[in-house]
Every structure is written in structure tokens, then in C-alpha cells.
Design a protein around this ligand. Structure first.
Ligand code: ZN
Length: 344
């Protein structure tokens, strides 16, 4: 399917932001240049094909102490290495194509220069181990986002799926210790507000989620989250949670991946249903999109196989009857508004 001229036009003169991708995880491990093709579902050449201006690239560096097969013994050191890779690359040839952005204005500047913008983030704040000094060091290195938890219970809060004896299971409030934010987690959220970093509530159990909303004085985001009222799985957000994120001024960003323990098949059609549900619930000002694309080439979502196919998402929104203004907001305008308010 070739995108219609109207989808192409909307993308050409809009700022488009993928609120959750794993470009940096892919690039740093590849031995390739940051701006080169990486063979997965997201990279700089694919973003250019897809008309995507910016990616919130969320480094995934779990802590071995939390469990799971991929944990790092020194997650903070390893995150610093990934950020060092970005800076090293941008000092070289990649700097002609890619820019590390710290503010909304930087994203607009990247768009004006036809460069690809990267917003640096963390998926799972495990590496912080609840330490404000580590947070500030990462901020200085360019980090502008932390998704506080990912898998398991870290020093700050609890995720919907937790590790037990090297298998992952769903957090159970009747058996497990309470799932709220720790005092370290609350301190981290306050410091992120003060510094100007995006607080991401994706993957949180409800108790941690509600604690975060109570503590945060800035809009929060769910960078890749679908709606529980369409599919009942712990990983998704209830309508009450979606309304609450919108009330902070923030955004919820559906993904073409099922995200967690559900038998849904990854597809554009599924993502569009979640987007449409949220727009009906909270209006077009509080919805974005977060692909969660990594290297899952065996699991290409039907109809949205990689980030190069982003025009198909626009096509889908047009077919749902959305107007130009709403589409521009969902594609990136809303992210830009929230990022401006939080980071400047
Ligand atoms: Zn995730």
C-alpha cells in the first residue's frame, strides 16, 4: 500500500515524534555508526523514510539485582557507556545527520535542518538505584526522560511484571509487598520535575502510578501504553488512569505491539483502535504514539512493519475521519507541547 498524497503531505510539514523506540540499544550494540541502517525495525534511515523527526530513545539497562536474564552488574556504568557512544558518534560523521536534543526548541531546530532528533531516556530507572547524584549526572550527559520501572521492583517503584526465580510473572497485590513508590522514588520524581525531565509511568503497577501522579508537579507521560478497557491485561491503562494522565497535561502513546501478557496480535489496526478509544475518552490533545520498535524482525506488526511505514498510521487516522489538526497533534504536536512544558 502506498500512502496517499494527503498522508505524505501531513507528514512532510509536521513534526513527528515516536515517543518510545530502541534505536540506541540497537546502535550501541551493533558496532555500526549511529546514523546507519541497523537491520531492525527502527534506525535513522528508516525514520527518514517514515517522515519521523524525533525518537525518544529509551535505553534499556536492567539491574542484575532485580532478576531476569539480561541484568547488568553495573547498570549505571553501562548506561554511561551508551551515552558516551552517542556523544562520540555525534562528534563525528553522525553529527551531520543526527542531533541530541534537550528541549522542544531543539526538536524544531532539528526539523528545520532536516536532521533526526534523539531525546535520550531510560526504560526502567534501575541504573539510578534511587540515587539523585546518578540522576543529575545522567541529566548532564543529556538524559531527559526516565520510565521509573520496567520489569520487577527497583529502588523506586514496582512494575506490573516481576521476576521470580528467573521467570517473569504478573505482580500480585495479594501476595507481593506493597507496590507504591518508595521514598527514594518520590525524591527522584521531585528532582526530575526540578531539572526538567519527562516522568514516564509506563509499566507501573497502579499503586506506584497513583503515587507518581500525586508527587509530580509536571505533566507525566505513558510513552507506550494501550487501553485496558479494550483488552484486560495488567500492562494496559484503565480509563481512570488515562483520564488522570490527561489531567496532568500529559500524553498516552499507544503502540502497535501488545505490550505484556495478552494474546493480541501486533498490528496497526490494534494500535488504531487504542488511539481512537483514547481520543474519544480524553480528546486529541493527550494522545501520541510510541512504537516500541527494536530488532523484533520476526514480529513485525501487521500494517506497521517498521518505523519507515509511519505514513500508514497517518493513513489509518485519515480513514477514521480525523482532521489535519488532530492528526498533527497525535503525530508529534502533543509530545512537543509536553516536552516544552517539562524541559523547556
Ligand atoms: Zn516497555
Amino acid at each position: 500500500m502506498t500512502p496517499s498524497p494527503s498522508a505524505e503531505k501531513t507528514l512532510l510539514d509536521s513534526i513527528v515524534v515516536d515517543a518510545h523506540g530502541h534505536l540506541l540499544d540497537l546502535a550501541a550494540d551493533s558496532g555500526r555508526r549511529l546514523h546507519e541502517s541497523l537491520g531492525g525495525l527502527t534506525d535513522v534511515p528508516l525514520m527518514r523514510v517514515g517522515g519521523v523527526t524525533a525518537q525518544l530513545t529509551a535505553c534499556w539497562m536492567p539491574d542484575v539485582r532485580i532478576g531476569g536474564p539480561h541484568g547488568s552488574r553495573q547498570p549505571f556504568r553501562d548506561v554511561m557507556r551508551m551515552l558516551d557512544y552517542v556523544h562520540w558518534e555525534l562528534d563525528g560523521e553522525a553529527g551531520d545527520h543526527v542531533v541530541l536534543v534537550r528541549t522542544a526548541g531543539d526538536i524544531e531546530g532539528a526539523a528545520a535542518e532536516s536532521k533526526t532528533a534523539l531525546v535520550l531516556g531510560l526504560e526502567g530507572g534501575d541504573a539510578l538505584r534511587g540515587d539523585l547524584g546518578r540522576l543529575r549526572a545522567l541529566y548532564e550527559a543529556g538524559l531527559r526522560h526516565v520510565c521509573l520501572v520496567h520489569e520487577g521492583r527497583n529502588a523506586m517503584g514496582v512494575a506490573t511484571q516481576v521476576w521470580e526465580d528467573s521467570t517473569m510473572r504478573v505482580y500480585d497485590p495479594r501476595v507481593d509487598a506493597p507496590g507504591g513508590l518508595s521514598s527514594a522514588g518520590k525524591r527522584i520524581v521531585r528532582e526530575m520535575n526540578r531539572l526538567g525531565m519527562l516522568v514516564d509511568v509506563t509499566h507501573m503497577v497502579e499503586e506506584s502510578f497513583w503515587d507518581t501522579l500525586e508527587v509530580s508537579t509536571a505533566p507525566v507521560i505513558a510513552s507506550h501504553g494501550n487501553a485496558r478497557s479494550l483488552r484486560d491485561t495488567v500492562r494496559y491503562l484503565t480509563d481512570e488512569q488515562i483520564r488522570a494522565v490527561a489531567e496532568t497535561g500529559g500524553i498516552i502513546c499507544p503502540s502497535p505491539f501488545p505490550l505484556g501478557p495478552t494474546r493480541e496480535r501486533p498490528s496497526l489496526e490494534m494500535m488504531l483502535r487504542h488511539v481512537d478509544h483514547m481520543v474519544r475518552l480524553v480528546g486529541p490533545d493527550h494522545v501520541g504514539f510510541g512504537t516500541d520498535f527494536l530488532d523484533q524482525t520476526g514480529f513485525r506488526p501487521a500494517g506497521f512493519g517498521d518505523v519507515g511505514e509511519t505514513p500508514r498510521f497517518v493513513e489509518g487516522l485519515l480513514e477514521l475521519g480525523y482532521g489535519d489538526a488532530a492528526i498533527r497533534k497525535i503525530m508529534g504536536g502533543n509530545f512537543l507541547r509536553v516536552f516544552r512544558r517539562v524541559a523547556g
